[in-house]
Design a protein around this ligand. Structure first.
Ligand code: AGP
Length: 364
């Protein structure tokens, strides 16, 4: 991959289209079928440390933070280590308790985001173990961390992150599998996740083939006054990232909420001019998510569902292929990148350089 536009009108479109290849690259050479695990050469974390750590804390900003949220869920699910993600910008200012049994992970595309770098430096000064999940090789965060996983998304030029977000989530899948197999994830589950990871490039290509359908939907959603994005557990980070994407590139106001929180306030916003995008993975929360669609319909809200099968209560459903439930968030975000892109295009926005934003925020 290069800086050449390769026939695309924008870098954002090019980078969305590159995702099947990018995911193939982050997986390449890392899977170990014999032990149903992965090898992460630069991780610098031995098996004893992997077994004895008590918590994982993931830090990043913007899309990197959202990819970290997916990462925290993957680590909890596959490795059964308590894990959570927090904006690096908040963490560095709140005088957090630095725990010697916690593994800290800094996430960044550029590796130069000042808030994330400052959080790493503060952690290192206090003696913490800090790894990086970073795209740009040799960047400041890659250098300051003790080791980590390169994301191998290739150059990302558009201010709005797409392929790096997806590759970061896949890199966390690898890390979670690695930690899981050192701890208590069975060989059978290891093989199941590996098979799921291997399916991703073809499934991404399949999702991208629905672009024409998403373009038509975007012409309609471009008229929205504001949009809600909702999901539960695995769907929630997807909702957050999709909401950020839409805001950044189309300038349409958007909010993301856990679907379970709608009735605690945001339901008051629902009306025909405020459509909802609902993420409904086919997991044990599907019925709860369907009940949310009914709540929205009862308030005359329009619904676009992203799901594994048509949703009766939704006005439109974008159907994405099934993978292993743990990996669903990786695929479900991709059609929503296209939704943000085509909505911005319909509104005539400057897609690669949205107003007021910089590719990497290297100042406080
Ligand atoms: C994403 O679309 C952004 N423009 C922004 O949120 C970005 O993810 C954030 O600034 C972090 O950048 P980094 O990954 O280079 O650290």
């Amino acid at each position: 991959e290069s800086y050449d536009m390769g026939g695309h009108d924008t870098y954002m479109h090019k980078e969305i289209a590159e995702q099947a290849d990018a995911v193939d690259r982050v997986l390449r050479g890392r899977i170990d079928d014999r032990f149903a695990t992965v090898h992460l050469g630069g991780l610098n974390l031995d098996a004893r440390e992997a077994r004895t750590m008590r918590r994982v804390k993931i830090l990043g900003c913007g899309s990197a933070y959202h990819a970290g949220m997916i990462g925290a869920q993957l680590i909890e699910e596959l490795a059964r280590i308590p894990a959570d993600a927090e904006p690096a910008s908040e963490f560095r200012y709140r005088n957090a308790v630095v725990d010697p049994d916690t593994l800290y992970i800094a996430v960044s595309q550029s590796g130069e985001t000042y808030d994330t770098l400052a959080a790493v430096q503060e952690l290192k000064r206090k003696g913490a173990r800090v790894l990086g999940v970073v795209n740009v090789v040799g960047s400041a965060i890659a250098r300051e961390t003790d080791g980590g996983v390169y994301v191998h998304a290739g150059p990302e030029v558009c201010v709005v992150s797409t392929k790096c977000f997806t590759n970061t989530a896949v890199a966390f899948g690898l890390l979670a599998l690695h930690l899981g197999r050192i701890r208590d994830l069975s060989v059978a589950d290891g093989k199941r996740i590996i098979a799921g990871l291997r399916k991703l490039p073809d499934q991404i290509a399949e999702v991208l083939r629905a672009e024409g359908e998403i373009e038509k939907l975007a012409a309609d959603y471009a008229q929205a006054k504001s949009m809600m994005f909702v999901g539960r557990v695995r769907g929630y980070p997807v909702a957050r990232e999709a909401s950020l994407k839409l805001k950044e590139v189309s300038y349409i106001h958007a909010e993301a909420y856990p679907a379970s929180e709608l009735k605690h306030g945001p339901l008051a916003l629902i009306e025909p001019a405020v459509p909802t995008v609902a993420i409904l993975p086919d997991d044990d929360l599907l019925d709860k998510n369907r009940a949310t669609l009914e709540e929205i319909k009862a308030r005359s809200g329009r619904i676009l569902a992203v799901a594994h099968q048509e949703q009766e209560k939704a006005d439109h459903t974008i159907v994405v292929p099934r993978n292993e439930v743990e990996l669903d968030p990786i695929l479900m975000g991709i059609p929503l990148q296209l939704l943000a892109y085509h909505t911005a295009l319909a509104l005539g926005r400057d897609i690669d350089k949205p107003r007021n934003l910089a590719k990497s925020v290297t100042v406080e």
